[in-house]
Design a protein around this ligand. Structure first.
Ligand code: TMP
Ligand code: ASP
Length: 264
């Protein structure tokens, strides 16, 4: 039975009170939504895959000095994170034209952009997360000019790192969305990467075939989402390819943590 205090429930994740002050537990659900909840489904195994994919990406980012909220994975669906004050913005970085950018500006999907482009969206479900400019962000006090600069610098470092990481495993990073939060350290405020980075929040195309390996498979009713996420996990080295025949059809994950077998 789950007696932990639930702090927040989103569309794909739940946040629970953590074991120590300043920490939270981030729980990945199997829910998939699109078009601001217009479309909803349960895709068995998605939460487990996103937990592991996000874990490996955040661990690597921590290692290269990009500050993140990730502390450690707790079990198949949960990770221990630092509590942050979420900045109410979705920061999207684009390398290739696709999705809403293609639609808005009439750009052919797949066109390499002249340079990486950063966009901000105001996190407000009731409004469908509208795109906003730096003017809106500062005028309405969602973030200070210095914080915007910091988020943009971090977003570009994350992009450079991820483009290389995915290129090395035969995947083209088309675009992705990140969220940032504020933490206080000795009276100093710092911005760190929060939320998740997974095929739910990225566009990932196979380098050779251009097959979609991300949530567009769900948005566009293509099917095969779990298989695609499994393939991303496998290429990142977190999915065990030699799974024993007896384990059934669910994803089998490489265990690097003794608490791995614990249920959520
Ligand atoms: P877009 O082309 O629909 O604006 O999406 C840009 C990127 O942001 C894409 O990788 C998917 C991701 N994204 C989210 O993670 N959450 C969202 O709510 C939306 C609309 C996009
Ligand atoms: N995450 C958003 C939703 O749930 C939109 C999307 O990812 O397409 O509706």
């Amino acid at each position: 039975m789950n007696r932990r205090r639930r702090i927040y429930e989103g569309k794909a994740k739940v946040l629970y009170e953590g074991p120590e002050p300043g920490t939270l537990i981030q729980h990945f659900k199997d829910d998939a939504t699109a078009f601001n909840n217009e479309k909803h489904a349960l895709l068995e195994g998605k939460g487990v895959l996103n937990n592991r994919i996000s874990e490996i990406i955040f661990t690597r980012l921590n290692e290269i000095g990009v500050p993140t909220h990730f502390l450690r994975r707790l079990n198949m669906r949960e990770q221990l994170i630092r509590e942050v004050e979420i900045i109410p913005l979705e920061v999207v970085v684009r390398n290739v034209a696709a999705g809403s950018l293609s639609k808005r500006l009439g750009l052919e999907e797949g066109m390499q952009l002249p340079r990486s482009i950063i966009e901000f969206y105001y996190k407000k479900d009731e409004l469908g997360d509208p795109m906003v400019s730096e003017e809106h962000i500062t005028a309405f006090g969602w973030a200070a000019p210095q914080e915007i600069d910091e988020m943009m610098q971090l977003a570009l470092r994350i992009n450079d790192f991820l483009v290389g990481l995915f290129l090395g495993i035969g995947i083209r990073l088309v675009d992705f969305k990140v969220e940032f939060g504020r933490v206080w350290e000795n009276d100093q405020m710092r911005i760190i990467l929060a939320d998740e980075i997974s095929p739910d929040s990225c566009r990932l195309w196979d380098s050779k075939t251009s097959d979609k390996m991300d949530k567009d498979r769900f948005r566009q009713d293509m099917g095969g989402l779990i298989e695609a996420y499994q393939e991303v996990a496998r290429r990142l080295g977190v999915l065990n390819e030699n799974r024993p025949a007896a384990t059934g059809s669910g994803p089998v994950l490489v265990s690097s943590n003794s608490s791995d077998g614990k249920s959520e």
